[in-house]
Design a binder for this molecule. Sequence first.
Ligand SMILES: [Zn+2]
Length: 301
Amino acid sequence: MELIPHDCPVCERVTPLQEWAQANWDLAGLGTLAFSSRKSPECMHFHLVRCGVCDVVFANPAPSVDWLMAQYRQAAFAAGQESIMAARSYAKVVAALLPDLGSRDGALDIGAGDGAFLQELLDLGFSNVAGMEPSQAPIDQASATIRPLLHNQMFTGEEVAPASLSLVTCFQTLEHVTRPLELCRKAFNLLRPGGVLLVAVHNYRAWPARLMGRRSPIYDIQHLQLFSPLSLGRLLENTGLTRVTIRPLCNRYPLSYWLRLLPLGITAKRRLLSLLTHVGLENRNLSLCPGNLVAYGFKSK
Ligand SMILES: [Zn+2]
């Protein structure tokens, strides 16, 4: 694997960089789930620096796009119920945006996984819905109605005609791509005037990440950058969006899933899980705001 130095992925120019975390990874220790969503964290990450202008933390040097694409193509998938629950959280945000959105024709989800969110878009009355997903495994697990809407490829920005979409979404994916600003600009180009780009990311400035430090699950080999409210706002403004709004996102998951994210050893997690199972609480759902951000902006009319 070749590691390549690069400039800030949000400013896309030379900026003052601050040391953030030494590299902590070992390719031999990564399993087949390393590049899949909602896995158990391995607590591995690349060398991280922080941009002194926009506050984003990013991997520098970072692996090549070709290497990353190969990892995502072959990544396993193990997140059925959780992806449905995450999609419901995102759908609530979209539902609140509908009065400002105007049209519901044309929606694209970048990093669509098993397409759980596409089902939510259909339920909200959207037409011409599609999803881009580089891994085959989640597409194989999609329902029969959703699978034809999923395209097994990286987002290129050439999937549909420019200015033809009302909504482009990108959830927990901007951390994974080499050039997030370029991705957002390509998405912007596909929006018609008045259209919305809606994204969700982890917030490394939120209290759980600060409390857990580098043992937080957001410090992960898949995450080439980590955002804060400031850096996420800069990203959407640099994209050209207006009326940018950023706020915390709450998620509802089973207790057993929240347990997986805690910075504990496997033995401690197994003991706690068997305790939860013993008292019948492992599938009890719990809403928490653990430090995710949701942000959106409009393309000017
Ligand atoms: Zn920057």
